[in-house]
Design a binder for this molecule. Structure first.
Ligand code: SF4
Ligand code: FES
Length: 255
């Protein structure tokens, strides 16, 4: 009985030296890829072949490879994180592809995420939005109130946890025709706004985070909902509505 052969694939991969240079698709062939392997393992295989052939390997982002860190960020066949739903690129398996298929692999496309090299983009704009308000200030002088001493409604705790599932991958921005970051910022604003500990700085937080978001060059939301569809963590558009309400009320109070 003959052993089952793996997939033979043609890969069209975006190569770009740096942010200043123009990029282009390059074509690569890879054979005998196991359907059990992950998409990133397939790229590891390709890179190993390229290194052995004396070629420059393809730069791509990854870290945990467990859907936790939000580092992996590939646009695969026209979809953020590829053809499966509710997963990150590192959780995508090669069984989703057919033998003989051509796969297009691109970096996230957004003015606020400039390409560093090949498939790696600079997402530090997200870090700056977080630094503008994605935290709570706690008095650590020794009089700190135990967090468990503050009652939180179950429904609010659940919604805050759902919002906190955002891993900051940026798929929402990459998939949005406007390059909007409102699903990401809405998740971060909601995660705190729903809890009593987050209410203290809620108004300042939403004003500062929205200001930082605009300054970073992210676009506006036009309610197409592509972000919600491609989000690997199921963040709901509800967080954008909550952020808009928080923002309006903070602006009214400011006068
Ligand atoms: S909202 Fe979803 S798609 Fe956007 S950064 Fe968070 S996890 Fe990624
Ligand atoms: S590598 Fe961490 S989420 Fe994919």
């Amino acid at each position: 009985m003959s052993a089952k052969k793996g997939l033979n694939l043609t890969l069209k991969i975006w190569r770009q030296k740096n942010n200043k240079s123009k990029g282009q698709f390059e074509t690569y062939k890879i054979s005998d890829v196991s359907t059990e392997s992950s998409f990133l393992e397939m790229l590891d295989m390709l890179n190993e072949n390229m290194i052995n052939a004396g070629q420059e390997p393809i730069a791509f982002d990854h870290d945990c490879r467990e859907g936790i860190c939000g580092m992996c960020s590939l646009y695969i066949n026209g979809r953020a994180h590829g053809p499966d739903t509710g997963i990150t690129t590192c959780q995508l398996h090669m069984r989703m592809f057919k033998d003989g298929e051509t796969i297009h692999i691109e970096p996230w496309r957004s003015a606020a995420f400039p390409v560093i090299k090949d498939l790696v983009v600079d997402r530090s704009s997200f870090d700056r939005v977080m630094a503008a308000g994605g935290f709570i200030s706690v008095n650590t002088s020794g009089n700190t109130l135990d967090a468990n001493a503050i009652p939180v409604r179950k429904e609010d705790a659940d919604k805050a946890m759902d919002a906190a599932a955002c891993i900051g991958c940026g798929a929402c921005v990459a998939t949005c025709k406007n390059g909007s970051a409102m699903l990401f910022v809405g998740a971060k604003v909601s995660q705190y706004a729903l809890l009593p500990q987050g209410r203290v700085e809620a108004q300042r937080r939403v004003l500062n985070m929205v200001k930082a978001m605009d300054e970073e060059g992210f676009g506006n939301c036009s309610n197409t909902g592509a972000c919600e569809v491609e989000c690997p963590k199921g963040i709901s558009l509800e967080v954008i509505a909550r952020m808009n309400r928080e923002y309006m009320s903070a602006n009214l109070d400011r006068g």
